[in-house]
Write a protein that binds this ligand. Structure first.
Ligand SMILES: NC(=O)c1ccc[n+]([C@@H]2O[C@H](COP(=O)([O-])OP(=O)(O)OC[C@H]3O[C@@H](n4cnc5c(N)ncnc54)[C@H](OP(=O)(O)O)[C@@H]3O)[C@@H](O)[C@H]2O)c1
Length: 251
């Protein structure tokens, strides 16, 4: 009986997703939702113990690879192996990211942010786009931030890196439209979410990662171009974009 169930699991036609950065936070919660929605999921992160723990929740349908996204050769190998294990790929979600409150403007945290949020982001997005060009259709999802809409005096590299990500995703969306590659591109722009990433003392309207993941999940199903975690945050986004520089700089 047990082996029958196992064989059913193996032969069922699951959708296939990879979440880069699923050892904690929104990526982890999204993995749980995708598993409930008939996906098999490849998860990554550096903390192998946490990946293993998440995998144990659905051992037949979660695969993992531990690697640091800043090491491009390991990333390519990890993604390649996961795609092989999953038997293809329909959805690639990039949730890995870092950021530092850096009042001293120490260069090291700024560069660490760029390596993860800009260089590794580009590495993974180009990998995903090129993969889906060869194996359409596909769906690429990036978790950018509301913080990318304006400069942040306490975390300049973080806000700049998130602006880069949002513009990069827009570029890919236009590229797809021009070329007809059949690749959907979704940009998720959270406000504050209660994870390790949420640092600083001016935190308000904090969402729980489970709630954030459910919004991301809906945005994936609807193949939304851009999604905010709530109407409130969408309103703040519009306001941030419209606010004249002279007013913004006085806040
Ligand atoms: N939390 C917020 O308030 C907020 C708001 C707006 C946007 N975001 C964005 O949302 C995304 C997800 O963050 P989260 O809030 O869910 O935080 P989180 O719990 O810290 O998750 C970040 C994930 O990225 C992985 N990661 C970070 N650096 C990595 C590296 N060098 N190599 C491999 N994996 C790496 C982490 O895994 P390991 O540590 O195991 O490597 C972890 O799984 C990030 O891009 C973040 O910028 C967050």
């Amino acid at each position: 009986m047990e082996s029958d169930l196992f064989n059913q699991e193996k032969t069922k036609n699951y959708k296939k997703a990879i979440i880069v950065g699923a050892s904690s936070g929104m990526g982890k919660e999204l993995c749980r939702l995708l598993i409930r929605d008939d996906y098999t999921v490849g998860i990554t992160g550096r903390r192998e113990n946490l990946l293993k723990e998440l995998q144990s929740e659905s051992p037949a349908r979660i695969f993992y690879r531990a690697f640091d996204v800043r090491d491009m050769s390991k990333t390519a190998k990890g993604l390649r192996e996961l795609i092989k294990e999953l038997g293809g790929l329909d959805l690639l979600v990039l949730s890995s990211g870092t950021g530092f409150i850096n009042e001293e403007l120490d260069p090291e945290p700024e560069f660490q942010t760029i390596y993860t949020n800009v260089t590794a982001f580009t590495d993974i997005m180009t990998y995903g786009y090129r993969y889906f060009q060869k194996h359409p259709p596909g769906h690429l999802v990036g978790i950018t931030s509301l913080g990318g809409l304006r400069g942040n005096p306490s975390a300049p590299a973080y806000s700049a890196s998130k602006a880069y990500q949002a513009i990069y995703l827009e570029g890919l969306r236009l590229k797809n439209r021009k070329s007809g590659d059949n690749i959907s591109i979704t940009d998720i722009r959270p406000g504050f979410v209660d994870t390790d990433m949420a640092r600083g003392d001016k935190i308000f309207w904090m969402a729980q990662p489970e709630k954030a993941a459910s919004v991301i999940f809906r945005a994936i199903r609807k193949k939304k171009r851009v999604a905010y975690l709530s109407k409130r945050w969408r309103f703040i986004a519009v306001l941030m974009k419209l606010l004249p520089r002279s007013v913004f700089e006085k806040l």
